[in-house]
Design a protein around this ligand. Structure first.
Ligand code: SAM
Ligand code: SF4
Length: 475
């Protein structure tokens, strides 16, 4: 039993959150997603072009066969969605998109290829991911140019997953078939919510029929893995609307789903206040209740949970990788975990060479372009990780993805006694056990179903950079 006695139910679906005080106690406006650890705010702006070049030369000989994902960022969209935190510019001017591709992105790729050739770096590229913004903005000619450019140094025969983020309003069946001809085999659709009222607030009109029309038999056959992104916590969402949205989603049968809690940051994205012009963002209680309802319907409809915010169908490869404990939660959602190293191009794109380096390009177009005009990689910040960062990142990932920590796993992999190494953390985490959020056993820690809702807060105990001391909180 937890240590509070005041019971209070916010809604039927919120019953699992049987104690409002508990939520109040552990609530924080900002709990990190932990798609990266250390979190981006701790990467160093002194890490630049030269460090990036050296990092590649240093890392490659030690990791020649490690699979690498090649990420391409396209920072343009035709229309603004009020909830959007992605790095993008809204424009109707296609020349601007072409200029970015032909004069800058291509230049960054040239620099990279030159660096690889000069230093005999022959990365084992295994996956490709086009994200945005909206990679669907490219017309066929530009999309093909990009593919042909990548083919000069990536052997497409070795590529497993090749994903494109799809804005369903901007494509038709023919476009999706063209993507397949170009080598794409996985689609990730931005869905967010199907309720017309919610869509009005977020400026994203997009009925389920529009998506249904795209997912023809042919498309489903060519793209066995289809992901939908959904957002939880949007204004006007409630138990009734999410029930209908999830029912519509289940009918459309995506093989994977990422149901992310919406982040609200009007401080940095002023336009986000448009989203709350009629109704406020959901509060912490109702967000949880909506999430819980969505989760309940998905689990009853044959989906399995794949980490904190993701779900997959039994025959989807993600389900197997969860069973094999290979799945990894990162900035692209819960992934199979095959290629966890990224080389990334495009403004704001970030890369990771596991166990050693993080790096990220400039967000701002002028800075991104200026660096390239000077013949430099447009690196804004980066980090050389310590061995302590690496082990903590893995503990945090296990909490977020598998909701447990098996001490043996860490002892074998890192040759350290878990109990000695995390002596302080094992003390601090005890308060969560008192609140019934996890169970500390001899050989492992397992989160309870209630504790799964608090996995970011629990993971925070292992974060030495942003320790929010949830374990010291009283109400
Ligand atoms: C950058 S979008 C790219 C996809 C494409 N442009 C589209 O909208 O269909 C990728 C995903 O980021 C997520 N996202 C955007 N803003 C977010 C926010 N404020 N909080 C949480 N996730 C967000 C959305 O779920 C979105 O589908
Ligand atoms: S959600 Fe997608 S389409 Fe909407 S503004 Fe963001 S990146 Fe563009």
């Amino acid at each position: 039993m937890n240590s509070f006695d005041q019971e209070y139910t916010v809604s039927e679906a919120g019953k699992v959150l049987h104690n409002a005080n508990l939520i109040k106690k552990y609530h924080a406006n900002l709990v990190y997603d932990y798609t990266e650890y250390p979190t981006k705010g701790h990467w160093k702006e002194t890490f630049g072009d030269d460090d990036y070049k050296k990092a590649i030369i240093d890392w490659y000989p030690k990791n020649k066969n490690k699979p690498i994902l090649f990420y391409v960022h396209t920072p343009f969209c035709e229309q603004l969605c009020n909830f959007c935190l992605c790095s993008k510019e809204i424009t109707r001017n296609y020349d601007r998109v072409k200029e970015y591709l032909y004069s800058y992105l291509a230049k960054e790729i040239d620099l990279l290829e030159d660096h690889f050739v000069k230093n005999k770096v022959n990365f084992n590229f295994k996956e490709i991911y086009f994200g945005g913004g909206s990679p669907t903005y490219y017309k066929k000619e530009e999309f093909k140019f990009l593919i042909d450019r990548l083919k000069k140094f990536i052997d497409f025969k070795n590529i497993g997953d090749f994903t494109v983020e799809i804005d369903p309003r901007r494509v038709d069946e023919e476009r999706l078939l063209f993507y397949h001809e170009m080598g794409v085999n996985r689609l990730s659709f931005g869905i967010q919510d199907f309720d017309p009222g919610v869509q009005e607030e977020i400026n994203r009109p997009q009925p389920p029929e529009l998506v249904d029309k795209l997912l023809t038999e042919k498309v489903r056959k060519l793209f066995p893995v289809i992901n939908f992104d959904l957002l939880i916590g949007l204004p006007r969402q409630n138990i009734k609307t999410i029930t209908q949205t999830i029912k519509d989603v289940v009918k459309l049968k995506p093989s994977q789903l990422q149901t992310m809690y919406v982040h609200y940051k009007p401080g940095t994205r002023k336009y986000m206040i448009k989203m709350v012009r009629n109704e406020p963002m959901l509060d912490f209680f109702d967000r949880k209740a909506v999430f819980q309802k969505a989760s309940e319907i998905l689990l009853n409809s044959g989906y399995t949970r794949a980490g904190f915010e993701s779900y997959s169908l039994p025959n989807d490869p993600l389900t197997q990788s969860m069973k094999d404990k290979k799945a990894v939660y990162n900035s692209l959602g819960t992934q199979k975990g095959e290629a966890t190293n990224f080389i990334a191009v495009g403004s704001s794109a970030h890369g990771v060479l596991n166990d050693e380096y993080y790096f990220q390009n400039y967000y701002e177009q002028p800075l991104y372009r200026q660096a390239l005009e000077e013949g430099k990689f447009p690196i804004y910040r980066g980090l050389k990780m310590t061995s302590d960062d690496v082990i903590r990142r893995e503990v945090i990932r296990h909490i977020r993805t598998f909701f447990n920590i098996e001490f043996d796993f860490f002892e074998k992999k890192y040759s350290k006694s878990f109990k000695d190494y995390f002596h302080k953390e094992l003390e601090n985490i005890k308060v969560f056990e008192k609140d019934d959020l996890l169970k500390i056993n001899e050989n492992n820690i397992v989160l309870t179903p209630l504790g799964e809702h608090f996995s970011p807060q629990i993971a925070n105990v292992f974060d030495t950079y942003n320790d929010q001391q949830f374990y010291n909180r009283a109400i």
